[in-house]
Design a protein around this ligand. Structure first.
Ligand SMILES: Nc1ncnc2c1ncn2[C@@H]1O[C@H](COP(=O)(O)OP(=O)(O)OP(=O)(O)O)[C@@H](O)[C@H]1O
Ligand SMILES: [Mg+2]
Length: 505
């Protein structure tokens, strides 16, 4: 029995064919993965299946019946649910409140919280989601939040679940928990469609895998009947070999580029977000920070960039930058790849070339003295698109029209421009395909060889170990351990991050 069948789906955008003659069959009660390089058309296809976008041509069948969707409420009605990559939960509400927001069971006009709560525990128990309805969402880790999002969708009656890059933000043990939950869903007959760039994870969880290449479905592989390898998938996707972030000789010099002492920041409740962080990064050195998301990484980065108030001192290339604003810090040669690309690194409603200026308003090629120089900006935007293989019909399209991975490639290209001396990079390859990941690693290595100092935060432990010259483990805003990238394994590092967490609980 097919849960979903897509036939002959086409979707065109100005200058781009996002989907061309897509055919996809998804068995009921299976996990079906969709893989393909950045811009291949995966998210577009899922938005069509969820009713967020309309196909130009083609038919959608759900449980054997042809359906037409004008909006997500139509697809929700036939049992489809989608968990977006950016979580949409309200921090200052409980799980219960978040789940019932918008679909409250009412008893004489008021919300029947007791009924809602018992249904939440019922769903949580039967699928093994391990969610406490009374927990405050703001207190939950990323993995828990994601399972709340899944629960929210199930609460609305979904039997077909779409997950677009759900593991991008998770550390290994959270991925294990998610997969455990997905297996629970599967055993209850729920169908899961799963998009990921992490091929090893896809091989671990998927029953079937469909490869999309340049907008069209090129193959569906069945793991029950055949042996599928990551190399084979990569070959089908991009026709190239699998990259690995290999370690190589040290380029660390004596020159200290970033010197951070006793950096501390406190939130509005007087709770320390980061406390007493001291470290240095030399020219030619990559310092990796390992930690479960939400343990002070964002606060550390923001304090260094001057977007968060902090005490302690920050010296950049022998200059006291502690009191400088963000623009001045950037002018000292600091490049910044923030973790939330759509909120902090892009103006989604502005054309790509204007996004070249963002954060670099006072620097070449965007300005000369106090005058902006749009011609030079546009030329340089074209260069970035070429060098970083950003797939876009041109520099005048809005940033929002780029696929997630192509947005990321553009940001990396912009920040690597103009020979920075220090790069603060949060998840630089998040959401990019294996080919683009290799290209970004090459770029970082080349810059490191020329003396770039890098603070690298990544949930991808292979990347962190492969790229870093040294690694510090952060927990609840404090450094709790050092790891040697030459010898540590991803499992050991994962244990250091989570084992330490458990010990502290
Ligand atoms: N709203 C839009 N307007 C114009 N073009 C769009 C729009 N949405 C997507 N596209 C284009 O359609 C193509 C497919 O994009 P899509 O987001 O589906 O890719 P993807 O496979 O999800 O990639 P990624 O792995 O990077 O997330 C891309 O070339 C993208 O630029
Ligand atoms: Mg996508």
């Amino acid at each position: 029995m097919l849960a979903v069948e897509l036939q002959g789906i086409w979707k065109r955008f100005p200058g781009v064919i996002a989907n061309s003659n897509i055919n996809l069959k998804v068995e009921q009660g299976s996990v079906h993965a969709i893989v393909g390089e950045n811009g291949a058309g995966k998210s577009t296809l899922m938005k069509i299946l969820y009713g967020m976008q309309r196909a130009d041509e083609g038919t959608i069948s759900v449980n054997g019946k042809i359906v037409e969707f004008d909006s997500p409420s139509d697809s929700i009605e036939v049992g489809i649910g989608m968990v977006h990559q950016h979580f949409m939960l309200a921090d200052n509400f409980t799980v219960l409140e978040n789940v019932v927001l918008g679909s409250e069971p009412t008893k004489a006009g008021s919300i029947d919280f007791a009924a809602a709560k018992s249904r939440i525990s019922e769903i949580s128990d039967s699928y093994g989601l391990e969610i406490d309805a009374d927990a405050l969402v703001g207190d939950l880790g990323v993995g828990d939040r994601q399972r709340v999002e899944i629960l929210k969708v199930l609460y609305r009656g979904a039997r077909i679940l779409i997950l677009d890059e759900p593991t991008a933000v998770l550390v290994p043990h959270e991925v294990d928990e998610l997969f455990e939950a997905l297996r629970g869903l599967k055993s209850e007959g729920i169908t899961v469609i799963f998009i990921s760039h992490k091929l090893d994870e896809v091989l671990q969880i998927a029953d079937e895998i469909t490869v999309i290449r340049r907008g069209t479905t090129v193959a569906t592989l069945n793991q029950k009947t055949q042996t599928v390898t990551a190399e084979q998938l990569a070959e089908l996707m991009v026709g190239s070999e699998l990259p690995t972030p290999e370690t190589r000789g040290s380029t660390v010099t004596e020159q200290v580029v970033l010197l951070v002492s006793e950096l501390t920041s406190v939130n509005s409740d007087g709770k320390a977000e980061i406390s007493d962080l001291s470290f240095k990064i030399h020219a030619g050195e990559i310092l990796g920070i390992a930690g479960v998301e939400g343990n002070g990484q964002s606060e550390l980065v923001e304090a260094i960039m001057g977007t968060r108030a902090a005490t302690g001192s920050i010296w950049i290339n022998d200059q006291d930058a502690s009191k400088l604003g963000t623009r001045k810090r950037r002018e000292l040669g600091v490049a910044y790849i923030p973790e939330d690309r759509s909120r902090l690194a892009l103006l989604l409603d502005a054309p790509l070339w204007e996004n070249r200026i963002l954060g670099h308003q006072t620097q070449a090629p965007n300005a000369k003295g106090i005058r902006l120089t749009p011609k030079l900006t546009k030329m340089d935007t074209k260069r970035i698109i070429q060098e970083f293989d950003v797939r876009t019909p041109g520099i005048d399209v809005l940033a929002s029209a780029l696929s997630g991975g192509n947005q990321q490639k553009f940001i990396v290209g912009r920040e690597m421009s103009g020979n920075p001396i220090l790069l603060i990079a949060s998840h630089p390859t998040r959401g990019v395909d294996v080919g683009a990941q290799a290209a970004i690693w090459d770029e970082l290595r080349a810059a490191r060889e020329k003396g770039l100092a890098v603070l690298l935060i990544s949930a991808d432990l292979d990347e962190l170990i492969g790229m870093s010259d040294s690694i510090k483990v952060i927990l609840r805003g404090k450094f709790v351990a050092d790891a040697d990238p030459a010898t540590v394994t991803p499992q050991q590092l994962g244990n250091a991050m989570t084992g330490a967490l458990k010990a502290a609980n």
